[in-house]
Design a protein around this ligand. Sequence first.
Ligand code: PLP
Length: 405
Amino acid sequence: MTEQVTRATFDEVMVPNYAPSAVIPVRGEGSRVWDTENNEYIDFAGGIAVTALGHSHPKLVDVMRQQAGQIWHLANVMTNEPALRLAKKLTEKTFADRVFFCNSGGEANEAAFKLVRRYAFDHYGEQKHEIIAFNKSFHGRTLFTVSVGGQAKYKEGFEPTPGGISHCDYNNIDQLKALISDRTCAVVMEPIQGEGGIIPADVEFAKQVRELCDEHNALLVFDEVQSGVGRTGTFFAYEQLGVKPDVLTSAKALGNGFPVGAMLATEKAAKSLAFGTHGSTYGGNPMACAIAEAVIDIVDTPEVLEGVEKRRQLFVEGLNAINEKHNLFKEVRGMGLLVGAEVVDAYAGKAALFIKAAAKEGLFILVAGPNVVRFAPSLIIPEEDIKEGLARFEKAVAAVIADNA
Ligand code: PLP
């Protein structure tokens, strides 16, 4: 018999590291979701930039069913066809020659950070181990990734954290110049900071970061866990920066919600994760890779990628129109369908109020830090859903403003 569970069950049996909303979604189709009471919602959150092809995409459901009836899992002492096909596609589409599969963004970054240390160790010796990352960056929740991440709150109480890591301001090349040295093994950056507030990298900054890495024999790691797989209108966001990394991490939309992560690397860098240096039980299993292969076959098409810009325009125009009436945002920014709206000072620290109000109106949205409302919908969200979702958002905005008047 199926046990009866409610939101209250969370407070009884789950570790309290999350504070989920009262809504429990049970079904999704495209960009619409229904909860236990059959209330309907429009999804502008995409499971935090994950369900890039929406919910229950028929092609993905088919591929999943087919693979489930074939083979789910093999140990890494054997390879499998979906993993090989997926790795071939990822290398053909990017700067990379080699791929390592894992199950999440944090794990992909963990692999990347181990790789850059090991690469420097192999080529230059153990003194070259320092990693530079950026303030406000987010790279995951493992001990190494919270240490490289540029947000102190995620490290608090977990010390001692791994050493040899320093941070400077994003888009500030002078600060990076002051920090980088021949002891630096890698610079790690998101091409657009996601959790840190939807802040795109300046093209000139990215170019100079690449040059500084080359001058100091340091590897450049792009964390594209949030920005990758079509989110910004190109397959990976770095394509718009005009520079290539040595290592790149991907997850989130890669599996459209099925757990899969990947670390991509050049031939030269990849060699340092030699046999026995790293691993993952589930990483690269046939289920995850079959689904990811289908995801990228659909996403990396002109139809989907060109549609991102068109949909972005609808968001930007809609948010600007809301702003003209309600004077709520300082700025609407982002790339593609990673859109951030920074609230005015009167609402500083209160962006999360809008999530609750939006849910009441039948809309899922996100925040990126305390001051930015974030939208990361499906890349193929129908235009009517964008319009209807924005109308619901305007009602939520009006409700929050009325409550705070
Ligand atoms: N890197 C970036 C840029 C992210 O946005 C995230 C998640 O939000 C991660 C890494 C961590 O990914 P995961 O939660 O799959 O471990």
